[in-house]
Every structure is written in C-alpha cells, then in structure tokens.
Design a protein around this ligand. Sequence first.
Ligand code: NAP
Length: 510
Amino acid sequence: MERGNHPQPTVFVIFGAGGDLTWRKLVPALHNLYLDGHLPEHLAVLGVDSKALGEEKFREHLREGVDQFSRRGKTKKKEWDEFASRLSYLGGDFAEPQTGEALADRLQTFDQEWDIEANRIFYLAIPPALVETVAGQLAKLGLCKDCRRDRLVVEKPFGHDLASARALDRTLTGMFAESQIYRIDHYLGKETVQNLLAFRFANALFEPIWDRRYIDQVQITVAETVGVGHRASYYEHAGALRDMVQNHLLQILCLIAMESPVSFAADEIRNKKVDVLRAIHPIRPEKVHNFAVRGQYGKGRLGDREIPGYRQEEGVALRSSTETFAALRLFIDNWRWQGVPFYLRTGKRLAAKVSQVSILFRPVPHQSFPATAVENWQPNRLVIRIQPEEGITLRIQAKQPGTRMVLGPVDMQFCYRDAFRTTTPEAYETLLLDVMRGDATLFMRADQVETAWSVIAPVLETWESVPPADFPDYRPDSWGPETADALLTQDGRNWFAPVLSEKDGEDENP
Ligand SMILES: NC(=O)c1ccc[n+]([C@@H]2O[C@H](COP(=O)([O-])OP(=O)(O)OC[C@H]3O[C@@H](n4cnc5c(N)ncnc54)[C@H](OP(=O)(O)O)[C@@H]3O)[C@@H](O)[C@H]2O)c1
C-alpha cells in the first residue's frame, strides 16, 4: 500500500494497555492522529491488560497520560469525549486462554456492528518475555491469519543477541507472514531521521560527493544527560551497545551510507539498508579493542547537585559491569565507502542531550591562499541535527571582513522549526499511522535486525567474556571515557564537539 492512503476501518488492540508505553506514547499519538483527522471513521482502540481497571478508569488513566505527554498539551473535554468513546478495555492475563477467547468475541462484535471486516492491529506493548505467549495465543485462535488485514506490532528489543533474535524471528514467522510483522524502532519515525532520505535523494547537490573521494569521516553521536533512571532492571541486562547501537545508531548509519533507492517501496529501502549492514567490515574478536570502547559513569557533581554513579543507582548491582557508554569504529567494505571510518558513540550522563551526524569532507586538494590567510581554515563539515533542535548546519569557509584576505569558518543553518513553522508529529504518530496504512518502510525487517546483531555480536561476546577492569571510568557531564578518544587518535582524528543550540541539554527521551 502507498504511503499517504487513509487507513481502512481498524480495531487497534493494545496488549499491555495499562503500561508506561501506552500511557506516555501510544495513546497520546492516537489522540493526535484522531484530532488531525487521520484516523478512519470506524476505529476502536481496545486495551488488554491484567490490571483491574474498568472501562471508565481506563479512559481516565489514559486521559491523564494525554494531558501530560501530548504535544498539544491538555485535552479539551468535547474532543476527548469523542475520542474516548472509541476506547474500551478487556481485563485478563495474556497467558489465560479465556483472555484470548474474550478478545475474539470483542473483535467479532466490532465487525458485526460496523458490518465490515475491519483491519486488526495487535500492538504488543508488553515485556519482551511475553511476546511469544501473546503471539502464540493470537495464532492459536486464528486472530491474525488474514495477511491483508491483520498486523502484529512488536516493540524493541528484538532479542538479546543474535541467537535470541533468530529464535524470536523463527517463532514469529512460523505463525505470521513477514509482511504482517511490524518491528518498531521509534527512532525511524522521527522527522529528521526521515529527512535524511529527503536530504540525500531529493537534492542533486550532495549525492555526487557522497563517497570516499570527498568524505573523510562520519561521526554519529547520540548522547543523553540523564542516568539510568527507573530502567535499571532492563538496562542492567542490556547496556548501551544493545540499547542504542544495535538499533538506533546502526539505523542512522544505514541512512547515511545506503545507495539511492530505485523507488520508495518499503522493501526497496529496506534492501538498501541491509546492504549497508552486510558490508560492515566484521570485527574480529581479538581486535575488538581497536574497534570498540565501553564505559560506565561514576558519581560526580552537576552544579550544586550530587549525581550518583551508575553503580549507586537503584536496582543496579554494586559491581555492575554494564556499559553506559559505547563507541564503535566501523568501516564499510564497498566502493563508495572503502577506508572511510564511521565513528559511533552513545552514552548516559554525557555533557549534552544531543543526537547528530557530523560528516567531515576532505581538505581542498590545493590551497592557493597565502599561509597567513588559512590559519583558521577548516574542511567543510555537514552536521545533521536529529534532536532536540532538528536541522542541518553546513560549515563553509568565508573571507573574514577586513582589508586582508583571511579565511575562517561560518555556518549555514537550516532549522526545521523555523523553516516550516509548524509542530511536527511525534515519531509514534507517524509510525502508528503507517501501520494502519500497511506501510512498512520505517519498520525493521527480520534480516535487518539479525544483521545488526551480527555486526555487534563479536563486541558483545568479547565484553561479556572479559569484565571491565576500570569501571566506573567517566564523570557525569563529560563526553565519556578517555579510551573513547584513543579510539580515534589511532587514526589521527578526534571527536567533534557537537553543534549545540539553546534547546540542547534538556532531558527528554532519546
Ligand atoms: N516505556 C517506553 O517508553 C518504551 C520505549 C520503547 C520500547 N518499549 C517497549 O515496550 C514494551 C512495553 O513497555 P512498557 O514500559 O509499557 O512496559 P510496562 O509498563 O511494564 O507495561 C506492560 C503492561 O503489561 C501488563 N502485563 C504484564 N504481564 C501481563 C500478563 N501476563 N497479562 C496481562 N497483562 C500483563 C503489565 O501489568 P503489570 O504492571 O500489572 O505487570 C503492564 O501494565 C517493552 O517491550 C519495552 O521494551 C517501551
């Protein structure tokens, strides 16, 4: 189905409807889609959860979430009441067959009431350990057997490593067609991440120089200022490499490095992205230290605030070896990128909340200006800011005002918010609408997920077999451990200081 179509009549079933994701993200996104007129006339949102909530309590609870987290701010009574009339609740344990049977009855009722065979979306907003249970119930009851109408949405993490990701894919694809499975990585729904495709493939300017002949290096930074917060029980078993690099950072790398797609068909774009992952030069286990660095934040001060170290956070083991910082140095073995390093870093408690891609171009082949003119000269640098202040900065050289020829860098800025003067939809709005339209372009296919796990597998295995000797090894409010600098200095390069705007540094979800 083409992007842009209006969705067909839909029953949107949320498993885990009493949980955090539903409260903070899914229902605020559905509410905005509803207000923006993107949802079908025949729409029902059915929450399934073990919590003892009646229909009214469920609606009240969701309204609080929308009031708190929607980009539109507080709900208005009339609008909310209209939307809420489409929300219903089914209490029960996912593992109990009665829950599935009650769900099947409800689904049938909608079809009968509407006199239509509605599309059915089963959104698994549940702990990863329950995915197979719920998917199994759906398959057993034949609730997801129509490939055109029935879709299953699975949240990250998709497995814990390559073996578990493969096992999960085998289970899911044993019950559903791959085209029915929407693996969601909310990062791909962000406007600026999508804008990477527009920037690269809708402009003639950059594509001819987008290769090893003109580009010296690419750096991808996704930094958070927050610590682990309430996520310790999950994060202790994940760490930065699994939590951020395997999915978000490698996806950004794919968008930067992929070949131009022949069309915008979902599989065409996903094929091109998988090609990049497959071309990443494998890291040999005995060479991991040359290609990967890990770190963990210690305690420190932020202004007059004491900041606990990772090991002092609630739910974290006293001698935890979980990394809260990870950096990789990757190479892509193909004609376009041979020899160009891609440096990736991510971490918690870093000096700013910022996600950006910096692309450094090679120096001009011949410097014709006198030596005195080029003392401040810098190569061109393109910075794609993904968040929080979405936009693009191009650093060029200009003559400094004055009577002498002196060159210096200046920035050309494109700021998404100023250029379009409109609020952009939240990533979940884009993604939920795409699921309803049946457009899988921004979702992860099984082979993408597995190839991404293969890229980091040698690092994960090596790190697991050799506990870190020097944790904690970086201060809060820094840019990570010193070893991260050494990763680049071996190539005679340095990390760039991110281009920050006034909004950068705020704490939000990555
Ligand atoms: N929260 C986020 O911002 C976020 C972001 C990205 C991805 N995710 C992913 O989204 C998924 C959901 O996350 P979440 O934070 O919303 O989790 P959550 O807050 O734990 O929500 C899960 C809900 O499912 C219910 N539940 C658990 N087992 C059940 C069972 N056997 N039968 C019926 N109900 C059951 C839970 O009820 P109880 O609380 O009573 O057990 C809870 O209400 C996870 O895979 C997570 O990794 C979440």
